[in-house]
Design a protein around this ligand. Structure first.
Ligand code: 5GP
Ligand code: ZN
Length: 113
């Protein structure tokens, strides 16, 4: 997906503040952080949203969750706590059409959404 910003970030074509990567996933800092720690976790391959889960191989969801916990540990919020969310579609407020999971932490998030 040449015109997908997160594909281009995941491939390294566009620079970003990457905090962790492995074969399947990349975590980088959100350009407009909404918390002291605000990371985005994306699959390297283009998947539009959580709705396109049929594109995932069996077991990939588990790898994603493991990766998210590793990112939380890397940025120092694993023990203090954090929030993981993914926006889907129009009503979900999804701005970038490449599946991504927000990791927010570094402060008491309260009812922040
Ligand atoms: P969404 O609303 O789609 O769930 O969230 C998209 C997120 O991507 C937003 O929090 C926005 O700040 C972030 N974002 C958009 N473009 C870029 C970019 O080019 N680089 C980075 N690091 N984050 C971006
Ligand atoms: Zn993409």
């Amino acid at each position: 997906m040449d015109d997908c910003i997160f594909c281009r970030i995941a491939s390294g074509e566009i620079p970003s503040d990457i905090v962790l990567e492995d074969g399947g996933f990349v975590a980088f800092r959100d350009i407009h952080p909404k918390a002291p720690q605000h990371l985005l976790v994306v699959p390297r391959s283009h998947i539009g949203s959580l709705n396109d889960l049929e594109l995932w191989r069996k077991g990939e969801g588990h790898l994603l969750l493991q990766f998210i916990v590793r990112v939380a540990e890397r940025v120092g919020v694993k023990e203090s706590g954090y929030r993981v969310l993914t926006n889907v579609g129009r009503d979900g407020g999804q701005e970038v059409q490449h599946l991504h999971f927000h990791i927010l932490g570094g402060q008491d998030l309260g009812d922040f959404r």
